[in-house]
Each structure stands twice: as structure tokens, then as C-alpha cells.
Design a protein around this ligand. Structure first.
Ligand SMILES: Nc1ncnc2c1ncn2[C@@H]1O[C@H](COP(=O)(O)OP(=O)(O)OP(=O)(O)O)[C@@H](O)[C@H]1O
Ligand SMILES: [Mg+2]
Length: 283
């Protein structure tokens, strides 16, 4: 399944939502920080752990010579300490490099379709959860958005954010209709504010999930602030799990197979921070 997350204006919390959902996704998942304006994970949640070595720019360089699932896994970090079923691919280390991604998306899609990971019972194809950034970026990954199973427009339930999202949604809808003949893939993910989901639905946006507006929880994910007690089971992460399940439920049946298992190339964040050689995860 391919899920593309986009925003209209401001910084409603798309990267934070993508990370929270990657941590709770009900299937093996690879979160790609594909924002052409540059990545935030490395300096934020990853706290510089990767020293700039594993990221989308490295992958774009590799892609010039063709891309395999193992090439992708080599640029990933695992969010799990012991398994490699939740992976992140950190974004561009600098802004203004968006153009370097334009030729990456097609080979990435192709290689990701052969990216299988093993969980205790099955070998499963990873779902791709791509943070595509703001819709008005000149290097927005349209190549992915136009073929995505879901295009998730993230906005806050405030009047300026809803207004911006509505007008951009119209443009997005017509672009999807042009490419695929319909715009069924377009849905909304709302960060709570002063409007309720049903009030927003009246504007024609299909809001399929909401996340709390919770600056303390968000800082755990954006700045790796210390987590309050019970954070993993708290309201924010429970809502993220509910959102992840709702989005996954709109996708095709998960693919299972006994194919190559490429995720052994991913490393744990903690192993990296300790300066160890890339530790293969889960086996
Ligand atoms: N659900 C939330 N509740 C409260 N604050 C949030 C929430 N999500 C994100 N934030 C805060 O909002 C700021 C922006 O978050 P984030 O980087 O996820 O937004 P974005 O939409 O990806 O923005 P950008 O367009 O810059 O990539 C951060 O300071 C983050 O801590
Ligand atoms: Mg972002």
C-alpha cells in the first residue's frame, strides 16, 4: 500500500503524524521522509543519530545505477529495537535539494514493490508511508501522489488551516481525476482544534482520522523530548494507532509472500547512536 501525506499551508503536524502512525501501523511499514523541502527527522526525533549518512539523498545517488530493495533498506533506520518491521528513511539533509529527488520516485516505487520483511509468521511487503510535504512545492513527488492508494491531506481544525486545505484539496482532486479518472484516494487527517470532524465534513472533505492537538506529546516525536509517563499507551499514541488502522483499512489486502527479506540491512537508532557498526536487526 502506498500512502502519501501532504499539507496545504503552515505546519499542521504532518511529519509528526506520519512518525506516530509509522510507530503504530498495523503492518510492516516504511516511512519515507520525502518532503522536497528537506527532512526534519534527523535533527529532531533522530537527534543527529545518523550523522547524515543514511538518507534519501544517498538513495537518490544510488538510484542512478538502478535500485533494489536492499539499497532502500541500507538507507533506513529501524524504529524497533529487535525487529525491522517499522522503518524510517530520513529525508534530505539540506533544503533546496528537492530537484535531486525528481528521478528517484519511479525506481523507489519499483524497488519498494519487492521490499519484503519477515514478521514472526509471514513475509510481508512493506507499506509505504510517504511524508510529501507542502502541496505548493515545485518538486512535490507527483509521481507517487498520482498512483497512491491514499493521499492524506493533513490540516488543523482551525479556520485558516481548513480554508487553505479546502482550496488545495480542489486542485489535488482535479489533478488526481486527470491522472486516474477519479479522486477516491483523497482523504483528510485532522489535528484537533476548534472545529469538529462533522463540521469539516460538511465542507466536502472526507476526514477519516483525527489526532489530538497535544504539544507535549508532539515534542516527544519532533524533538525527542522525554516522554511523559505512559506515553506509548496515552491518548496521542492511541489516536495515532486508530488513525493508522483506519488508513490501512482503506488500502488493498496486505501482500504476503515468501520472497527476499531486505530489512536486515536496516539498523537500530540506538546502535547507531552508540557508534556501533550497522547492526542487523531481528536476526
Ligand atoms: N498533533 C500535534 N499537536 C500539537 N503540536 C503538534 C502536533 N503535531 C505537530 N505539532 C508541532 O507542530 C510543529 C510542526 O510539526 P511538524 O514538523 O510535524 O509539521 P509539518 O506539517 O510536517 O510541517 P512542515 O511543513 O514544516 O514539514 C512542531 O513543533 C510539532 O511539535
Ligand atoms: Mg514536515
Amino acid at each position: 500500500m502506498l500512502v502519501c501525506m501532504v499539507t496545504a499551508k503552515g505546519a499542521p503536524g504532518a511529519t509528526t503524524a506520519a512518525l506516530a502512525m509509522a510507530m503504530t501501523w498495523p503492518h510492516p511499514v516504511l516511512m519515507v521522509e520525502g518532503d522536497p523541502a528537506g527532512g526534519d527527522l534527523r535533527s529532531g526525533f533522530l537527534q543527529g543519530a545518523d550523522a547524515g549518512r543514511r538518507n534519501l539523498l544517498q538513495l537518490a545517488k544510488t538510484a542512478r545505477y538502478g535500485l533494489t530493495a536492499v539499497d532502500i533498506a541500507r538507507q533506513c533506520l529501524s524504529l524497533d529495537a529487535t525487529e525491522a518491521t517499522r522503518l524510517v528513511l530520513p529525508g534530505l539533509p539540506e533544503p533546496f535539494l528537492g530537484a535531486s529527488l525528481d528521478t528517484l520516485w519511479s525506481p523507489l516505487l519499483e524497488a519498494a514493490s519487492r521490499f519484503w520483511v519477515r514478521d514472526p509468521i509471514w513475509t510481508k511487503r512493506v507499506d509505504l508511508l510517504v511524508d510529501c510535504g507542502r502541496l505548493d512545492h515545485p518538486h512535490l513527488p507527483w509521481r507517487l501522489i498520482e498512483v497512491a492508494d491514499l493521499v492524506v491531506l493533513v490540516f488543523r481544525a482551525t479556520l485558516p488551516s481548513i480554508t487553505a486545505a479546502r482550496s488545495r484539496a480542489e486542485h489535488l482532486r482535479s489533478r488526481l481525476e486527470e491522472a486516474t479518472g477519479h479522486s477516491d484516494a483523497l482523504v483528510g487527517l485532522m489535528i484537533e482544534g476548534s472545529y469538529r470532524p462533522w463540521e469539516v465534513r460538511e465542507t466536502g472533505m472526507d476526514v477519516v482520522a483525527t489526532l489530538p492537538h497535544d504539544p507535549i506529546a508532539a515534542r516527544v516525536l519532533t524533538e525527542r523530548a522525554s516522554a511523559p509517563r505512559g506515553f506509548p499507551r496515552g491518548r496521542f499514541m492511541r489516536a495515532a494507532r486508530t488513525a493508522a488502522v483506519a488508513l490501512r483499512g482503506r488500502g488493498p489486502e496486505p501482500a504476503t509472500h515468501s520472497g527476499d527479506d531486505a530489512a536486515g540491512e536496516a539498523v537500530t537508532i540506538d546502535a547507531h547512536r552508540r557508534g556501533e557498526a550497522p547492526a542487523h536487526v531481528g536476526r
